[in-house]
Design a protein around this ligand. Structure first.
Ligand code: T46
Length: 144
């Protein structure tokens, strides 16, 4: 992992430049977990925002390999926005982190590496429910 601020953790892919650009994402090396699922998001309509959820147990890393996207992160206490516009840098989306993708450029292509298979019950899509979940998780941690 490369840059770390309070919430934003950036991960740098391995890049090889010859007559082209080769980007390499190795599980448990560049991507800090075993990858179970890879998906892409592209051809986004203008003025679209996506995300608006957190995961209970899924960790993810999102690269914007073309164009740009503004990533909004919220851990229930702090929030931070980071503009992802360098294809070499991915943003770590750990479990229990509310995230939104805003100001997605028309040409944006995102590739996401996930630690778990798709499971809708892993999503918290309501912000109030997310806050409640984080509160109860913190309480459980303190009680242990
Ligand atoms: C995330 C951000 C970064 C599936 O059936 N399988 C899948 O693997 C995925 C990713 C989605 N879906 C279905 C679930 C919904 O019916 O595709 C539909 C759209 O998914 P969603 O509204 O969650 O899409 P985004 O762009 O808001 O969020 C996606 C990921 O779902 C999410 O895990 O963290 O990208």
């Amino acid at each position: 992992m490369q840059v770390k601020s309070s919430l934003v953790q950036l991960i740098e892919a391995v890049n090889i430049y010859d007559d082209s650009q080769l980007q390499i994402f190795e599980a448990e090396k560049v991507i800090p977990f075993a990858i179970k699922r890879v998906y892409t998001i592209s051809k986004c309509r203008p003025n679209l925002a996506r995300g608006h959820h957190a995961h209970k147990v899924t960790d993810q890393v999102l690269f914007c390999i073309q164009g740009s996207v503004e990533m909004y992160l919220d851990d229930g206490k702090l929030n931070e926005t980071y503009s992802l516009d360098d294809e070499k840098l991915g943003i770590y989306l750990p479990r229990k982190m509310w995230h939104e993708m805003r100001n997605i450029s028309n040409d944006a292509i995102m590739i996401v590496f996930a630690s778990q298979y798709y499971d809708e019950t892993d999503y918290i899509r309501d912000y109030k429910a997310f806050k409640k979940y984080i509160k109860s998780e913190n309480k459980n941690d303190n009680d242990e």
